[in-house]
Design a protein around this ligand. Structure first.
Ligand code: NAP
Length: 229
């Protein structure tokens, strides 16, 4: 980063996997980072950095999100990145997933990130971006292989909600990114995935730093490739 004032990021869902990796990478790049875990005692607390603040929030808990907004005060962020997501019973076809399980995947992956974005929109710094962790599986047009049905549907819903969110706030010039991290070796991605966390988060950080503040809504992967809706 060439700017003398460190950029600030709020990374939501950073107890492990990609969120933890992103927090670590942005710290290495000189950013000041506030990162959240769902419960205390996660690996995030073992990251040692002066520029790191650890908070605790469950994105499905509206009162908890409002309390976090209050606790963090008027501080603004150049990047607010909602990484948190779930893939419960992703290998079962939609009709075989209990209704409450399918509903919870939709709530956590689509509704909660948008509610978080709305709650923290006033904390986005001028020239900053709001990023939401999507997936290539959220692309309707690129679905040639099926599978991961309720997860796919939840990320497709996130994409469409993010487009409506951007349209609703377009007059303010808001910048919204829907990011596919690649197929990554995390608890969710599994050991057979294509790439490791370092490759994914380095790529995402490069693309985000290059595109920071670009108005509109963009859907791209960790290499900066634009994805079809
Ligand atoms: N790995 C991949 O190949 C891949 C590909 C495409 C997209 N993604 C997306 O990337 C994101 C991160 O995935 P990952 O691979 O890092 O998965 P992961 O290792 O399973 O981590 C998921 C993270 O989300 C957090 N989380 C889940 N529900 C939450 C809630 N209600 N409130 C707050 N935090 C919550 C988890 O917290 P706890 O530790 O408390 O459970 C954890 O930090 C997800 O949105 C996922 O859909 C991953």
């Amino acid at each position: 980063m060439s700017d003398t004032i460190p950029k600030r990021a709020l990374i939501v869902g950073a107890s492990r996997g990609l969120g933890l990796g992103l927090a670590e990478t942005l710290l290495h790049r000189g950013w000041t980072v506030t990162a959240t875990q769902r419960r205390t005692g996660s690996d995030l607390e073992r990251l040692k950095a002066d520029r790191l603040t650890v908070e605790t929030v469950d994105i499905d808990d509206d009162a908890g999100v409002a309390a976090l907004h209050e606790r963090l005060g008027p501080q603004t962020y150049d990047l607010i990145f909602v990484v948190a997501g779930v893939a419960t019973q992703a290998h079962d076809p939609a009709h075989a997933v209990p209704r409450d399980v399918a509903a919870q995947v939709y709530l956590t992956n689509a509704i909660s990130p948008i509610r978080f974005a709305e709650a923290f929109r006033d904390r986005l710094a001028p020239g900053g971006s709001l990023a939401l962790m999507s997936s290539v599986l959220g692309s309707v047009g690129l679905n040639e292989s099926g599978g991961w049905e309720t997860y796919r549907a939840s990320k497709a819903a996130l994409n469409t909600l993010a487009r409506s969110f951007e349209i609703r706030h377009r007059e303010s010039g808001i910048s919204v990114f829907l990011v596919h991290p690649g197929w990554v070796r995390t608890d969710m991605g599994g050991a057979e995935a294509d790439i490791d966390v370092a490759t994914s988060v380095t790529g995402m950080a490069d693309v985000i730093e290059a595109r920071l503040g670009q108005p509109g809504v963009a859907y791209f992967d960790y290499r900066g490739e634009t994805l079809a809706w």
